[in-house]
Design a protein around this ligand. Structure first.
Ligand SMILES: Nc1ncnc2c1ncn2[C@@H]1O[C@H](COP(=O)(O)OP(=O)(O)OP(=O)(O)O)[C@@H](O)[C@H]1O
Length: 670
């Protein structure tokens, strides 16, 4: 008794601990220390599916099939037409074979000596054999064309999505709804497309098989038709019920499955590997994973049990229905409504129709499910295409868009205002500035003041909500995007570590193709020398041909500063009249940083540079400095003027200078 009370007390204590920071209950995977998760894209449609009845499905199915057919038609007209006609022809021969069977049975069941009866049956038997062989050949050919269709459909849907996402306005990719829809379309919807086509063809095959069997029965005797339905309904019911149970179970396991994905990502991805080890996360992660996996196993074992019951019930009902059919057939024979040969053929037709109906019901279910995800994909593509700016498209006639002037005198930012989608406050409010040709102009300001946003507007990545950027008298928003991007080189604050060779990381797919053994492109060498990437490449095993990604064999990994030198080389290589450098030295060592600013000044000869940096020692030589605060220009002038003004720039500059001179940075002026 006392022991039981102690145990109960301990359980309460454990439960309290679990509610706090202790380990969660092994049998309750939802009492976890991981954050609560929303429904995952992979299962986003399960709820909708679980609640949709067969009637609704049947009503909505034609639209899904029409979309699948349209897609297949665009992917390959020949294969689509062949798939449909081969399936129809196979159905025709199924019916023909069944009808010919009556001839065989009639001959066999007629009076007379057996050899004569067999001889009489031979022509019909040849017809049956011929139609079975033809049907098999047609079905095999249909399978082949169907298999050919799959990769063509896949290619079409992938291309459409990537064409839209790479051309969509950059602000679309700042929009969380757009990103959610993209993820769902990419990870689930895109794969659903070939599945929908496959299941739509299965629906067609099942329907054709059903119609063939039903047609045969109708020809034999109209009363036989309801018998087909009677036997097929229980099995169809069991298969749909079992599929529904699977969906309901998947739905119940959404949270668990998603957590398992997250945990498996944490345990296998290279980017987490060092922290998993240094923070000794292994037992925690493995323990969490095991609890979720154990729960999932329990639920799935329960599902297997219930599915077996459903199948058993279906089988019993099917047995009862089949017995009913035989009784009905016996009665019809007894009454002389059908001859014995027709009854024999009817049994075969009913069996064939039964299989087709079960396949049909299953295909309808699958087609509908994949159709929901495919609908997501289509909706996303439409939305993404609507967000492709006119200026991204190739011009219908070249005169409709002006070119940027080759020898501009100045670039002017006039009264620019910009708010990110979904943000309440504007990131830029009436910003105006000017860059004369050949100048180095610096943008300075505290974190979040709007420097990167402004540089993106000047680089033609965002369009301002109000105001404009002009190159002499040409407004940037009138020019084709590709033209703007080719005239502006950007060394971005956040740049991509392209999983490509060192050379490709500099040329970015431009310039002459490099063949093995050929001398290096002088432009690549010059950009690498100016940026300091030359030393990085010299240390690589295969020089410019080294693949910069450890995930591939022979791939190399670079340090943060080494990557930054390559990113700078990329900007220098693109010989554009305007160079935007957004924090180009954040990861560089002191010597590399000093050298880089010198080289940016050299590079500027004849070009215009917009330099964004927090290293104020490097901006003192800029021709003009603009100071941003909360999206507004609050100061402008050269270093001397701004220092004399004693405003924010002077404060920030003195703060940095005093830190180097050993003064008290918090005191400001030492
Ligand atoms: N993609 C985005 N979506 C919504 N808001 C954004 C986005 N990018 C930046 N912002 C907001 O816009 C404001 C300006 O950001 P921006 O990156 O231009 O500042 P910054 O001056 O370059 O800062 P830092 O010195 O830290 O690089 C910030 O308030 C930031 O939160």
């Amino acid at each position: 008794m006392g022991a039981r009370r102690r145990t109960a007390g301990r359980s309460r204590l454990l439960a309290r601990r679990r509610r706090g920071s202790g380990p969660a209950a092994p049998d309750d995977p939802f009492e976890s220390r991981l954050p609560e998760l929303t429904a995952h894209i992979w299962h986003a449609k399960d709820g909708e599916l679980a609640e949709t009845g067969m009637g609704t499905m049947a009503r909505r199915l034609p639209a899904v099939i029409a979309r699948a057919a349209g897609l297949a038609w665009r992917a390959s007209r020949a294969d689509t037409a062949a798939t449909i006609s081969l399936n129809l022809a196979a159905g025709l021969f199924t019916a023909f074979g069944l009808l010919a069977t009556t001839g065989v049975l009639t001959a066999l069941f007629s009076a007379g000596p057996t050899p004569d009866r067999v001889r009489d049956a031979l022509p019909s038997l040849a017809l049956v054999a011929g139609s079975v062989a033809l049907r098999s050949g047609l079905q095999a050919a249909a399978g082949w064309t169907q298999a050919r269709l799959q990769p063509q459909v896949q290619r079409l849907v992938e291309l459409r999505l990537y064409e839209a996402t790479t051309a969509a306005d950059l602000t679309a990719l700042d929009d969380s709804t757009f990103l959610d829809d993209l993820q769902r379309a990419q990870t689930r919807g895109m794969n659903a497309a070939p599945q929908v086509v496959q299941h739509a063809v299965d629906v067609l095959t099942g329907a054709v098989g059903m119609i063939a069997a039903a047609g045969t029965l109708g020809v034999l005797h109209p009363l036989l038709l309801p018998l087909l339905l009677l036997t097929a309904v229980p099995e169809g019911w069991a298969s749909v019920r079992s599929a529904r149970m699977r969906y309901a179970t998947m739905l119940a396991l959404v949270g668990v499955a998603r957590r398992k994905w997250i945990l498996s990502d944490l345990m296998t991805e290279r980017r987490h590997a060092a922290e998993v080890r240094s923070f000794t996360m292994r037992p925690f992660l493995l323990g969490e994973y095991d609890r979720f996996a154990a729960h999932q196993r329990r639920v799935e074992l329960g599902l297997a049990r219930r599915q077996t019951y459903a199948k058993l019930t279906g089988d019993v009902l099917k047995g009862v229905a089949t017995a009913g059919v035989y009784v009905a057939l016996g009665l019809m024979l007894w009454q002389g409504w059908v001859p014995l040969a027709v009854a024999g053929t009817a049994v075969l037709a009913i069996r064939s129709g039964q299989t087709s109906l079960v396949n049909l019901v299953f295909a309808v279910n699958q087609c509908y499910e994949e159709g929901l995800y495919f609908g997501d994909y289509l909706a996303f593509c439409d939305a993404a295409e609507a967000r492709v700016p006119q200026r991204a498209l190739p011009p219908p006639d070249t005169d409709s868009h002006p070119a940027l002037p080759a020898d501009f005198a100045r670039i002017e930012v006039r009264d620019v205002t910009f708010t990110y989608p979904g943000s309440d406050a504007p990131s830029l409010r009436g910003v105006s500035l000017e860059l004369r040709r050949g100048e180095v102009v610096a943008l300075v300001g505290e974190n979040g003041s709007g420097k990167t946003t402004l540089s993106r507007i000047m680089g033609g990545l965002y369009e301002p909500d109000a105001g404009e950027v002009r190159w002499d008298d040409v407004a940037l928003t009138d020019v084709l995007q590709a033209e703007v991007w080719s005239r502006v080189a950007v060394i971005a604050q956040e740049y991509t570590h392209w999983p490509m060779t060192a050379r490709q990381n500099i040329t970015m797919g431009r310039g002459p193709e490099h063949r093995p053994g050929e001398p290096e492109d002088p432009a690549v060498l010059a950009a690498a020398r100016a940026s300091g990437a030359e030393e990085v490449v010299a240390d690589l095993a295969r020089g410019y041909d080294t693949l910069l990604d450890r995930r591939f064999q022979g791939g190399a990994e670079l340090s943060g500063g080494q990557w930054q030198r390559l990113a700078v080389a990329r900007g220098f290589y693109r010989d554009a009249p305007l160079l935007i450098c957004d924090e180009p030295t954040a990861s560089l060592d002191a010597r590399a940083e000093h050298l880089l600013f010198d080289r940016i000044r050299d590079h500027a000869a004849g070009r215009t540079v917009l330099l964004i940096t927090h290293r104020l020692a490097s901006v003192r030589y800029a021709d003009r400095i603009y100071v941003l605060e909360h999206g507004k220009v609050i100061e402008e002038g050269d270093h001397t003027t701004l220092m004399a003004a004693g405003g924010l720039y002077a404060d920030l500059y003195n703060l940095q200078a005093s830190a180097y001179q050993g003064g008290d940075p918090l005191g400001g002026h030492s």
